[in-house]
Design a protein around this ligand. Structure first.
Ligand code: ZN
Length: 376
């Protein structure tokens, strides 16, 4: 049992100062002046912010990269990296490299993370079409493997992808939808959008040519350049959701990346609801910077810390409302992926993050009831 006293609860909407009682990995009660009734570890939050544990929509759990040869492959994520960043639910994916990286390895990485109380789900497929899978096809993967909740990252408008046709994309969307239906999952398809001017026009074509709902697709890296970001509001107006990538580098910003906090401000000001926008870290991905002629100029590794940094920047530097920013890393990604996560309520998993109200640094993360404290 764990009793968190005197916390300013954001569920992610503000609920005032409450005590929250946790037991057997779940939230048992939320009220003022709770008495646990049984022996419990007590944390006095002293007015710290208690939010749902963050849901990160794109993490290369088992490592990624390799665009500059084998020496540029990136390492697997360690559980402390997630816990320190306040992330308790992760959606893992392969990336460019589906030759030396496999879904079996990705699944094993996810299961290893769950030993620390983290909830790690994965996606079948990769950048490539036809999509490589674990069991032979997308539907079987979704139906038979509990951790597989969707498909991705399917690459469009990118020189590293396989340039899928409208028919190929529609088939992937249909397989994801049917496999998801049979398994009681959303079957969301995460679409990696590259640098090419086409942006998400291929997704609009698929929506026009097929009866697959717009909400089946979740395009990511929408802040990759200003022209692509301009395509986000019309996509949201059509019923779609978009993902902004938190990790970037000064080099990539100089080359046109829109910093995620700024992109979030622009979308909210354009009237896009925070229920349609998610933020993801793309952690452990390589961040390659290519010249116009395709030459690789530089490569970095994306960090999971970027998610909290962007949340902080959005609130402190851009003055965006705390609960709206929190939605993009809690309830909205949970809804996009169809997960019972991202909210604080009695009966939900005890996935919580305690933030310093002044600096927004993580003081403690609770992952399915396991407490991890961080002194700063
Ligand atoms: Zn990507």
């Amino acid at each position: 049992m764990l009793l968190i006293r005197n916390a300013q609860v954001l569920d992610p909407q503000p609920r005032g100062t409450l005590d929250v009682l946790v037991g057997a990995g779940h939230i048992l009660a939320m009220d003022r002046d709770l008495a646990p009734g049984l022996p419990a570890e007590v944390i006095d939050a002293q007015g710290a912010l208690l939010c749902p544990g963050f849901v990160d929509s794109l993490v290369h759990l088992s490592g990624g990269g390799g665009e500059g040869g084998f020496a540029t492959r990136t390492p697997a994520l360690r559980p402390e990296q997630a816990l320190r960043a306040g992330v308790t639910t992760l959606i893992g994916a392969l990336g460019t490299d589906d030759v030396t990286r496999s879904h079996a390895d990705l699944l094993a990485s996810a299961r290893a993370l769950s030993a620390s109380g983290l909830t790690a789900c994965i996606l079948t497929g990769s950048y490539q079409v036809p999509a490589p899978t674990l069991t032979g096809d997308i539907r079987r993967d979704l139906v038979l493997i509990p951790e597989i909740i969707g498909v991705g990252e399917i690459a469009i408008a990118d020189h590293r992808g396989s340039h899928p046709s409208v028919v190929e994309l529609a088939r992937i969307g249909a397989d994801a939808r049917v496999g998801g239906m049979l398994a009681g999952k959303r079957g969301t398809v995460l679409v990696h959008v590259g640098d090419h001017d086409d942006g998400i026009s291929r997704l609009h074509e698929v929506c026009e040519a097929s009866p697959i709902p717009v909400a089946q697709w979740h395009p990511t890296h929408m802040n990759r350049h200003a022209a692509l970001l301009r395509q986000a509001a019309p996509w949201a107006a059509r019923g779609g959701t978009v993902d902004l990538t938190a990790s970037t580098t000064p080099t990539l910003i100089a080359a046109g990346d829109v910093p995620a906090a700024l992109a979030l401000r622009q979308l909210l000001h354009q009237g896009v609801s925070s229920e349609r926008i998610t933020l993801s870290s793309d952690a452990q991905a390589s961040l390659p910077h290519f010249a116009d002629d395709g030459t690789l100029l530089a490569i970095d590794t994306a960090s999971m810390d970027s998610l909290l940094q962007v949340v902080r920047e959005a609130i402190e530097e851009h003055g965006l409302p705390l609960s709206q920013v929190l939605q993009t890393v809690t309830s909205t990604p949970a809804d996009v992926w169809g997960l019972r996560k991202g909210r604080i309520a009695v009966g939900m998993d005890a996935d919580l993050v305690l933030l310093d109200p002044r600096t927004l640094h993580v003081q403690a993360t609770v992952a399915r009831g396991q407490v991890h404290r961080f002194d700063r």
